[in-house]
Design a protein around this ligand. Structure first.
Ligand code: BG6
Length: 484
């Protein structure tokens, strides 16, 4: 495999929402920390008829809106790196001019596609036509990469016709989040957890990705996708695979992804009865009234904005351990967290009667907060101070690490900073390999097929609640409460 650090970055979809909110701010922030190669030039392209100056003005406005104040020190230098070429990606015509604008990189070219998936095929054809797909070019792809296994395979085939897998970088921006990477550090840089990280000591795992936002104007896209495809197929299954994977032999792209894909292939096809879907109705989020999904959309729809699933992994380590997944829009708070619930002690030597100050003995749990707070909390039982004439009183106490406090000298980074830097440098560890994507779709398609077969439609939930009551029942019939 040819290793190179790119000195040209070609950005498709450069006027889009993702570019303005995340990509440009991330690149500028990397520049502020002197992390971009000094000779990196960024060629932006999209359909709009802009020139270099007007694109830079648009980029400046985006940075002023979306980049943290303390990271705006080098905006001018960053803007100087940018040039712009208008392009209609549906025809081959403009690609020769685009190639001229890119010029001849000294080291290599990194391409980033953040466009509608329908443009992926024509864009790849155009890149090939213009000679931009050679050995010293790699390509990053932003989701959605299809909306089922078949369409994802079609996209992957089109990309594979021009780029080998080791030069394809599929983004799942959750892998760029600090705390998600920290999950690997927690599991594999400490001796403490791994010996008990299995069905002998863990009774279940919960993964929650709750959002307060609604449609956010993404009317067409979201209504065709729904929560299962928008969030579970990618981000949640990636989180699940990091929690459940075997220790890789090293932190390198092949070793890590080999282990993740084994987990994804071990997912047991979920029964419809182990899934709950919901769609929000008008309600209130932190005191402010918000409309229902169909009102935001302007029509009735059967798309789910909430999904909860009880998932199982058919392998030795996780035999009999349910993984409860839930995600939804317009939930009461924005929170992404993983809860690992350990088993109860096999025999309690304490026999004090539970009281309000000292409730019954609770099994330990580990709570990994991913956002908005990045913290790790281990719940432990401790003795309540006192003379305990009625027997030793116990209470659950948290052993908590707030990551920002532990590393107060560092600043919080946007997930795309890590990923864009890895794309420029050519490290695939935090990108999703084709076999992972396909295993993900395989599991998701089977769920959707069952929903269709049984003509299931989402249940209503009030915006600002934790989803339909059936989601609570899904866990409660196993004696489990969702962590809130
Ligand atoms: C995107 C989804 O992939 O992730 C959005 O398409 C969702 O619907 C977003 O809002 C959530 O990302 P984050 O980083 O805000 O948790």
């Amino acid at each position: 495999m040819t290793q190179f650090t790119a000195d040209r970055l070609l950005l498709f979809g450069a006027t889009g929402d993702l570019a303005r909110r995340k990509l440009l701010p991330s690149l500028c922030a990397l520049d502020a920390d002197d992390l971009l190669p000094h000779d990196l030039r960024i060629i932006a392209t999209a359909r709009s008829e802009l020139d270099d100056a007007s694109y830079r003005a648009m980029a400046r406005a985006a940075l002023e809106e979306h980049l943290a104040h303390d990271r705006r020190t080098t905006i001018e230098r960053f803007l100087d790196r940018l040039t712009y070429q208008p392009l209609d990606a549906t025809t081959l015509k403009g690609f020769t001019d685009l190639a001229a604008k890119v010029g001849t990189p000294a080291n290599g070219l990194a391409i980033f596609l953040s466009t509608a998936p329908s443009l992926f095929g024509p864009t790849i054809a155009g890149l090939e036509h213009a000679g931009l797909t050679g050995e010293r070019a790699r390509i990053g792809l932003e989701k959605p990469l299809g909306n089922d296994l078949a369409s994802s395979c079609a996209i992957n085939d089109a990309v594979a016709s021009a780029f080998p897998e080791e030069r394809i970088f599929r983004i799942d921006h959750y892998l760029g989040k600090e705390t998600v990477q920290n999950l690997l550090a927690l599991r594999f840089a400490n001796i403490l957890f791994e010996p008990i990280w299995n069905s002998n000591y863990i009774s279940h795992v919960q993964i929650t990705v709750a959002e307060t936002v609604g449609l956010e104007g993404r009317v067409g896209f979201y209504d065709d996708a729904g929560a299962l495809r928008d969030m579970v197929q990618n981000h949640m299954l990636q989180l699940l695979s990091l929690v459940a994977m075997e220790p890789p032999t090293s932190f390198d792209a092949t070793a890590v992804r080999d282990e993740k894909v084994k987990v994804l292939r071990a997912l047991r096809p979920a029964q419809a009865s182990e899934t709950v879907t919901g769609q929000y109705r008008a309600g209130a989020i932190t005191g402010a009234a918000v409309p229902g999904y169909d009102e935001e959309l302007g029509k009735e729809s059967a798309t789910e904005t909430f999904v909860a699933i009880k998932a199982h992994l058919d392998n030795w380590r996780w035999k009999g351990v349910p993984f409860y997944l839930r995600t939804g829009k317009r939930l009461p708070e924005r929170v992404t967290e993983i809860l690992v619930q350990f088993a109860a002690v096999p025999h309690s030597i304490f026999n004090a009667r539970p009281t309000a100050q000292a409730p019954a003995m609770q099994p330990n749990h580990l709570l990994i907060g991913i956002q908005p707070e990045e913290n790790i909390t281990l719940s432990l039982m401790a003795k309540v101070p006192g003379l305990d004439e009625a027997g030793l009183a116990l209470r659950e106490v948290p052993l908590a690490i707030a990551m920002p406090d532990a590393f107060s000298e560092t600043h919080r980074r946007i997930a795309y900073e890590r990923l864009l830097l890895d794309l420029v440098k050519g490290d695939q560890t935090l990108f999703v390999r084709r076999d992972e994507v396909e295993a993900q779709w395989h599991w998701i398609d089977a769920i959707r097929a069952q929903w269709e077969q049984q003509a299931l439609t989402p249940k209503s939930y009030t915006a600002g609640s934790w989803g339909p009551s059936a989601a609570i029942a899904l866990a409660e019939r196993d004696g489990v409460s969702w962590h809130e």
